[in-house]
Design a binder for this molecule. Structure first.
Ligand SMILES: CC(C)(COP(=O)(O)OP(=O)(O)OC[C@H]1O[C@@H](n2cnc3c(N)ncnc32)[C@H](O)[C@@H]1OP(=O)(O)O)[C@@H](O)C(=O)NCCC(=O)NCCS
Length: 171
């Protein structure tokens, strides 16, 4: 299995990517979480972890105490633009840049879903991303309450998108 660890500043976020090795995807995700934990080192006490895995690839992210985090790994261009209305609110569709792949919006929304630990039966409209310039998340609205948030959208391998969404927990 090939593991790659990345750090993101100024927040000490650590995430790891895994591929290959013939292991079950879920096990790969847990190995990636272990690698991120070792790489983060003792200076960063991890508060939250999030996992994502599919089709022989996996990713895991760690955030420090007091920060919620969600990660999602998806195939690029897997979501046709015309399917956006099945998972995105009208405000999200209006603000998501036309030039960006709709799979990125899906991945960001899934990552936010995990960061806020939303239950599967919550209607998709109950979670709404506030999207700024270039497709960056500035806040996540859950049941009408806005939480300041940040995001990263990456292309970890050709044909894949990786989304991270994180937010400081309310004091
Ligand atoms: C929860 C959900 C986001 C998981 O995503 P997925 O693409 O199916 O799978 P991923 O591999 O990316 O993530 C799976 C991991 O997420 C984590 N997870 C599962 N449910 C979760 C939840 N409610 N909150 C936070 N993390 C969760 C687990 O670690 C899981 O790994 P495991 O199965 O090995 O234990 C998915 O079940 C879902 O989409 N639920 C409905 C939400 C919805 O309507 N989304 C539409 C877009 S808004």
């Amino acid at each position: 299995m090939r593991l790659t660890v990345r750090h993101h500043d100024p927040y000490p976020l650590t995430y790891a990517l895994a591929r290959g090795g013939g292991m079950a995807d879920g096990d790969m995700a847990r190995m990636a979480a272990g690698a991120a934990l070792r790489a983060a080192g003792p200076a960063v006490a991890p508060g939250a972890a999030s996992l994502s895995h599919r089709d022989g690839r996996a990713a895991a992210a760690l955030a420090p105490i007091g920060v919620r985090i969600g990660i999602d790994l998806e195939r690029a261009r897997a979501v046709p633009r015309e399917h956006e209305r099945m998972f995105a609110t009208s405000a999200e569709r209006r603000t998501w840049p036309r030039w960006r792949d709709a799979s990125g919006l899906w991945a960001l929304k899934e990552a936010a879903w995990k960061a806020f630990g939303c239950p599967d039966d919550l209607p998709f409209t109950a979670l709404e991303l506030e999207i700024g310039r270039g497709g960056t998340v500035s806040a996540v609205r859950v049941d009408g309450r806005a939480h300041a948030a940040r995001s990263l959208l990456r292309r970890p391998w050709p044909g894949w998108v990786l989304a991270l969404v994180w937010a400081e927990e309310a004091p």
